[in-house]
Design a protein around this ligand. Structure first.
Ligand SMILES: NC(=O)c1ccc[n+]([C@@H]2O[C@H](COP(=O)([O-])OP(=O)(O)OC[C@H]3O[C@@H](n4cnc5c(N)ncnc54)[C@H](OP(=O)(O)O)[C@@H]3O)[C@@H](O)[C@H]2O)c1
Length: 316
């Protein structure tokens, strides 16, 4: 696997910030038989909302240059008109996850879709994998490594075409992200500026995994793929408090084998921080506490690097 932290910084100098979004069972189960062992429409809407919400641009693109006539006459269009915001968020996924999305729903609308695969070719992506006739970039892109996907998105970021970046699965991609991507940066400077309590020993990195959006199901369903554990034992116990039987979580063997070196490096954000991150207003606040849907209970959580200061200076 390539060393993701050694790549060159993208052209804009700001690191590419990545959010991981996943729904997991009580013991980190992600899926079974190539699909999800649950059908939760409201949870799916939460996924859509998180991955499509576009925060205001930290550095708006410059307005288009004035067109000048040969005699130096002013352009008819007002020079002060703001440039159109052409950004979209991006979702990165492994080939199995791409294939698990019903054809009629892919690519995921209004987002750059990046599929990571060594075996696919561009023609298998369908029409959305083709460049527009005006040379506009294809909405679905193929990358032969996670680093290739992130490099590509760094370019879109430097062209002001990218909002937020989400890693949406599956198990292989999540594990690579949790195990290999730097999880904090001293050069955080865009819409999510944070003060760090440990910034002196941090090095600049072109990519940084800085947000985990976790839907935590309160029960266990049979799964064959798992998210590596990222919580400390104490955090697991805290998460457990809401479960009905109150017994301690047994982390499955497969999750245990891939135990993440990031364990305990994340801290649960508050409900207010999550709402702020999502630009929620009074009318569309996220539900606090447990949500019940189709007989299953779950909680919508956001986790941030523990190094970040969780005081009022936090502006996520
Ligand atoms: N609960 C959730 O939130 C959630 C979200 C997404 C998915 N899932 C579940 O997760 C399961 C799918 O996960 P998965 O681990 O089997 O598959 P996956 O991570 O979606 O895709 C794995 C494939 O991605 C490609 N790949 C992975 N790492 C690569 C790398 N470094 N370079 C190049 N290609 C790479 C390979 O494709 P090639 O073989 O083509 O090279 C590999 O076979 C399903 O059950 C799905 O429903 C759950």
């Amino acid at each position: 696997m390539s060393d993701l932290s050694s790549s060159e910084m993208n052209m804009s100098g700001a690191p590419l910030r990545i959010s991981l979004i996943a729904a997991v069972t009580r013991s980190n189960g992600l899926g079974s038989g190539g699909g999800l062992p649950w059908t939760l429409p409201k949870e799916m809407s939460h996924f859509r909302r998180c991955t499509t919400f576009l925060p205001p641009s930290p550095s708006p693109p410059a307005p288009p240059p004035r067109s000048s006539s040969p005699r130096g006459a002013k352009s008819a269009s007002p020079s002060t008109s703001p440039a159109k915001d052409q950004r979209m968020n991006a979702v990165i996924m492994g080939r199995n996850t791409w294939e698990s999305i019903p054809e009629k729903f892919r690519p995921l609308k209004g987002r750059w879709n990046i599929v990571v695969s060594r075996s696919m070719n561009v023609s298998q992506l369908g029409a959305s994998g083709q460049e527009g006739s005006n040379g506009s970039p294809a909405q679905t892109l193929l990358a032969n490594s996670l680093k290739g996907a992130l490099d590509h998105l760094s370019k879109l970021q430097s062209l002001h075409l990218l909002g937020r970046t989400f890693l949406i699965g599956g198990a292989q991609l999540y594990a690579q992200a949790l195990l290999t991507l730097p999880q904090h940066s001293s050069t955080a400077s865009d819409d999510q500026q944070h003060s760090s309590t440990a910034s002196n020993d941090l090095h600049a990195s072109p990519f940084v995994l800085d947000t985990l959006l976790i839907t935590r199901l309160k029960s266990d369903l049979s799964c064959d793929v798992y998210l590596p554990e990222f919580r400390s034992d104490d955090q697991i116990r805290l998460d457990e408090k809401g479960t009905r039987d109150g017994s301690s979580t047994v982390i499955s063997d497969s999750a245990g084998q891939q135990e993440s070196k990031s364990r305990g490096r994340w801290k649960r954000a508050t409900h207010e921080q999550f709402n702020e991150w999502l630009g929620a207003t009074e009318k569309d606040l996220l539900p606090a506490g447990a949500v019940e849907e189709k007989g299953l209970e779950y909680e919508l959580q956001m986790w941030l690097p523990a190094q970040w200061c969780f005081s009022s200076t936090h502006r996520s």
